[in-house]
Design a protein around this ligand. Structure first.
Ligand SMILES: NC(=O)c1ccc[n+]([C@@H]2O[C@H](COP(=O)([O-])OP(=O)(O)OC[C@H]3O[C@@H](n4cnc5c(N)ncnc54)[C@H](O)[C@@H]3O)[C@@H](O)[C@H]2O)c1
Length: 269
């Protein structure tokens, strides 16, 4: 899809990848960029940095009704939504000992919000001849994580599965879908991983490099232009994913070995 002249809603646009997407969308001629975030001040800051083509809205993506209401408001104001970017997310530590509610909140933010957005926007998009969904997952949605990354990895896998299902079933009605699966990107999200009892030195752990959010945003714009499903800013992730498919047992052994190695690395913080 050509993004110039389109109307786009972005969740999690108050910082990081979402903010870069909003700014780069506007720079590439998007007519209206609706920047939404749980952090209303962050969304406003993004919109102010863009100027007249942007507006800001507070939105908690864990609240399905709030997503529906936002979509209705934007459709009313602009006559439709062409691109919906489900990007909001958070890190955090969710493992076996965590209450189910914490696993559920991961699912609410990282997966069910994508479903709510798709449900709310797809009928209108189809009636206007098409539209595009860009959903942010993670390399963890293809390859998993260690220890208390459990809730994150599971919810991001579900986000990939949902995006696949949407792409399989709605492309013939004009709905393009891309899913973004990066490893480390230099945003506030990296700080979440540093829970008091689980300090991580990212320069050491992020073996495939920490990318800048503007670079990631530009790759997403390319993928939307080409209608490409998978967006892998770290190309290595595609290779690891292939290895996993080739031999699951070997891949699991390798992941266990990597976990032991990382646990042995002393933190320098
Ligand atoms: N930075 C990375 O290394 C990395 C890697 C893989 C995937 N991701 C994913 O990229 C997406 C963007 O994260 P980022 O790296 O830009 O981090 P970020 O923390 O800079 O931005 C995330 C934004 O999402 C917002 N948010 C969180 N919960 C929300 C909710 N319930 N409703 C609405 N907004 C909410 C936050 O307020 C924040 O502004 C996330 O889905 C994250 O999981 C990030």
């Amino acid at each position: 899809m050509e993004i110039a002249g389109k109307v786009a809603v972005i969740t999690g646009a108050g910082s990081g990848i979402g903010r870069s997407l909003a700014v780069r969308f506007a720079a590439n001629g998007v007519r209206a960029v609706i920047c939404t975030d749980l952090n209303a001040a962050g969304a406003t800051e993004t919109a102010l940095a863009i100027g007249a083509s942007a507006s800001a809205e507070a939105l908690d993506v864990a609240d399905e009704r709030a997503i529906e209401a936002l979509v209705a408001r934007v459709e009313q104001r602009f006559g439709g939504i062409d691109i919906f970017v489900s990007n909001a997310g958070y890190g955090g530590t969710v493992g076996l000992e965590s209450p189910t509610s914490e696993w559920q909140q991961m699912m609410n933010v990282h997966t069910w919000s994508h479903l709510a957005a798709a449900r709310a926007v797809i009928p209108g998009m189809i009636s206007r001849g098409g539209g595009y969904l860009l959903n942010t997952s993670s390399a963890a949605g293809l390859l998993s994580l260690f220890d208390t990354g459990g809730g994150y990895a599971v919810s991001k896998h579900a986000a990939v599965a949902l995006a696949e299902w949407l792409s399989i079933n709605y492309l013939d009605q004009g709905i393009g879908v891309s899913v973004l699966c990066p490893q480390a990107v230099r945003t506030n999200a990296l700080n979440y991983m540093n829970a008091p009892n689980q300090q991580v030195d990212f320069e050491q752990v992020a073996g495939d490099g920490i990318l800048e959010p503007d670079y990631v945003a530009d790759l997403c714009i390319e993928a939307i232009a080409e209608g490409r499903f998978m967006v892998l800013p770290h190309e290595e992730v595609g290779i690891y994913f292939q290895r996993k498919a080739e031999n699951y047992g070997r891949w699991l052994s390798g992941m266990r070995r990597m976990r032991s190695r990382l646990r042995a690395v002393p933190s320098n913080r």
